[in-house]
Ligand binder design. Structure first.
Ligand code: FAD
Length: 398
């Protein structure tokens, strides 16, 4: 079996470690931070994520911590009216075979971390800042910031949006700063008046802004996320924001949405970034995964979902000996590039056309969304929420 190095111990890196260790490989995860941990707030998980998480053996743990909402609700933030909703209960589950859920990021990360810690084939190393790699015939060496070198049969770059592995492999510079700023807050459920404890992912859409809220952490906390297209030019992640600044940034919000925004505390700021899709994710025995490969805006709520799909397929394709890893990594990249590129581009368009539409575009959007039946909506998301067909790439005939 092979020795595989993974740069980055985030959701993608840990999922990849599990996917590869399940195939019998020895995996070393090199994480730049001192400890393996996650920050952030709530995220949404489509049924495609649960399909992949089940194959990694952690689906049930994530389900145990998740909130299963009733519907995705789209509100016109200008008028305060409900435009459309997509129910995600029985019919939806029957169609896609798994639930739609919302979790705190930690409730996805911890099951992955605990499973990785339990696995005898996985070694987790903090304070390992990878800055690049060198390839030799039949092996690859990860280069660390402090001069250490670690050699293995393959190196997976799961080091996120500002990936050092991507910088060397693709060399496409800094991520694209979207100009959209998101303020996030997680508040205790008891702070939320009962009439506002909606068991939905609700999105209020206005010209150049939107506001999303949903319960997380098994219903113990409530996630608030308010986004404004304010032309921000610098990438920011998790920087504290003043409460009054957040309130003043969304003067249009009124009614229930305003009441919820006012409940926010300990706001944190992100300025969202993505990249254009690229054709190259591999070089010899090195491959990219997760945000390092396909960073996307969060508007399709799929970045983490796609990372865990990457991880399952990578494991499926790298089973067996290391002799032909280069070809197998190429196959992994060929399998994943088209789908993830589509999600990257769709997520951008969702922000522009759906969430931030103004004027006539807003009226057309509302007419289009309100004309859709639940079945129509399921048809529209089927390519994304449906289970990814791993077998199509891993079966002996593939
Ligand atoms: P990361 O989570 O960035 O992890 C990278 C890891 O690598 C980190 O631990 C980092 O410390 C480490 N690292 C970085 N550089 C190095 C280095 N040089 N050497 C070693 N280690 C390194 N996704 C969804 O599916 N649903 C959602 O609803 C959703 N909502 C989101 C909301 C927001 C506001 C944002 C910003 C993202 C959202 N996402 C969502 C996307 C999701 O968070 C990411 O796609 C996912 O975290 C990617 O995981 P990753 O492991 O590839 O990268």
């Amino acid at each position: 079996m092979a020795d595989i190095l993974i740069a980055g111990g985030g959701i993608g890196g840990l999922a990849a470690a599990l996917g590869l260790a399940k195939r019998g490989h020895r995996v070393t995860v090199l994480e730049r931070r001192d400890v393996f941990t996650e920050v952030g707030a709530g995220i949404q998980l489509g049924p495609n994520a649960f399909h992949a998480l089940d194959l990694l053996g952690v689906g049930q743990e994530v389900r145990n911590r998740a909130v299963f909402i009733d519907e995705l609700t789209f509100m016109d933030g200008t008028t305060g009216e409900k435009v459309a909703s997509m129910p995600v209960k029985d019919d939806y589950r029957a169609r896609f075979g798994n639930p739609y859920a919302v979790v705190h990021r930690v409730d996805l990360y911890l099951p992955l971390l605990e499973a990785a810690r339990r696995h005898p084939g996985i070694e987790l190393r903090g304070r390992h800042h990878v800055v690049g790699y060198e390839q030799q015939a039949g092996s690859v060496t990860a280069l660390l910031a402090d001069g250490r070198r670690l050699t293995g049969d393959a190196l997976i770059g799961a080091d996120g949006l500002h990936s050092a592995i991507r910088a060397q492999l693709v060399g496409d510079g800094s991520p694209r700063v979207s100009g959209h700023t998101i303020y996030r807050s997680v508040i205790p459920m008891e702070a939320v008046p009962e009439d506002l404890r909606w068991n939905t992912v609700t999105l209020w859409a206005g010209p150049k802004w939107h506001f999303v809220h949903y319960p997380i952490a098994g219903g113990e906390t409530f996630n608030l996320a308010a986004t404004r297209d304010n032309g921000a030019t610098e990438a920011v992640a998790g920087v504290p924001a003043d409460h009054d600044h957040v309130l003043n940034s969304f003067p249009e919000l009124s009614g229930a949405a305003r009441r919820l925004l006012e409940l926010g505390q300990d706001w944190k700021t992100w300025v969202l970034c993505d990249r254009d899709p690229v054709d190259r994710w591999t070089e010899g025995r090195v491959a990219l995964l997760g945000d390092a490969a396909h960073p996307m805006l969060q508007y399709a709520a799929q970045g983490a979902c796609q990372a865990v799909e990457d991880a399952v397929l990578l494991g499926g394709l790298l089973d067996g000996c290391a002799a032909d890893f280069e070809q197998r990594l190429e196959k992994y990249s060929a399998a994943r590039r088209e789908r993830t590129a589509q999600v990257q581009l769709v997520a951008r368009e969702m922000g522009r056309q759906l969430y931030h539409a103004a004027g006539d575009a807003r009226v057309e959007r509302n007419a289009m969304l309100s004309s859709l039946s639940a079945g129509d909506m399921y048809d529209k998301v089927a390519w994304l929420h449906g289970a990814y067909d791993f077998d199509a790439w891993t079966s002996p005939s593939a």
